[in-house]
Design a binder for this molecule. Sequence first.
Ligand SMILES: [Fe+2]
Length: 512
Amino acid sequence: MRRDMTRRDFGLAAGAAAAALSLGGPASAEGQVAGGGQVARGGQVIGEGLVTADITWTSDDPHLSGNFASIGPEIEARDLPVIFGRIPPELSGAYMRNGPNPLFKPLSYFYPMDGDGMIHAVYLDNGKARYRNRFVATASLAVEKRANQAVYGSFAHPVPVDPTLLRPGDNPGPFKNGAFINILQHGGHLLALNEATTCYEMTMELDTIGEWTAGTGAPISLGAHNRKHPRTGSLFALAYTWRNPVVQFHEIDASAKLVRSFSLTMSEPTMIHDFILTERYIVLVAGPVVFDVQAAQSGQSMLQWRPSMGTRIAVVPLDGGDPVWLQADPFFVFHFANGFERGGDIVIDYVRHHDFGGPAGTTPLHRLEIDLASRRIRDTALAALTVEFPRINEAREALRSRYVYVPTLSDSLRIPSPPSATFNTLLKVDTETGESARHDFGNHIVGEAVFVPRGGQGEDDGYLAIFSYDPVAQTSDFVLLDAARVDSEPVAVVRLPQRVPQGLHGNWIPRS
Ligand SMILES: [Fe+2]
């Protein structure tokens, strides 16, 4: 991921965004009306309903090629072949994963910030597996289906939308909400999430219900990464915007109703993809990536890496107390594994990006320790490898945790110069001993692994669900590993009925 977010690209993105936005379009980045319309692809209208044929357009963009290329058919297949091991019969639920899957050839594309959400689900019941995939039927995708072409530009190259293609209430652009980054369940609601905008509620069978309101009567903005409180079951969500230097947090209770919102004022609008929740605090780690509209208007990057600012860390008490601000050397974080309180310390495990869009380098797993009494910070490397997409057993979220499951890349992947966010090995890092075990998938590409609990109390008593792609055979598998023994043979390998492109984030949705 890091190698692609070059400073130049972000500069182009920011400048183009500012240019587009200066055309006088409405401030809203997303319309409120989810239109219907015909499903179209490759210039050919194929009728109302599901996309039934594969994508025919191609692209030279490495993040639209190989296993990053979109797929078209929305299908379902039952009794999938188990080609190795067996599916534990006690597992009842679905592994769901979201990811960018543009239906129409993009006018421009900026991985991983663009695309139409497509959710791939593997339903497990009684030792059998069923597969289903569906686009997230966003308001923006409805406009493009009606136009039978891409209408919106990308984060890198937004374009003014032809007003003749829009109906009243449509998203006027220039940005699109594809709801493609994550999918999670809270209070019985299944949510497809984008970055810092509205999210879409889905059914377990992946039909799109519409923009979610959290009981407020109006669509609510949630970030792609949100965290559940271990005692109350509340979901804490992050919302931010490039327009002003305010970060907002929402607390959505266990019944899925918004109960409070509170905000934190920054010195400048800042890009923040993820945050940390502990039992008593929110920790906001704001790397020095700031939105600068004036810079964009003068042709420079709107997203400015300003290392002289350092990384600002806010420890925000959940009881309403004043935040404590700390200062650290400059670094950036896309994803945290977990954070928790330990005595008077807050411990945070995360993937450290040494800068933002600079020369390629490692993005290792780190541990940040904050001594709240002395306000001192200590930072150490846990695994000095290039990693991303860290996950834990979410039953330990905001509580003391030991194991981090995170993909990395080994030289057994034989694809020449794979694009960023390409991994073939899953690491299980023991943060107490510093040791790690690995499952090397060889010449297969994998992504984020999701913990599937087995019902025991042990932190690693469960399975790891992961999609695997064979670039030679061009087949995809659903793989379950034993989380306690990741270096052992898989528990089960299920052959999927079609290729599953590389995606972003997912979760295990237990059958309720
Ligand atoms: Fe993310």
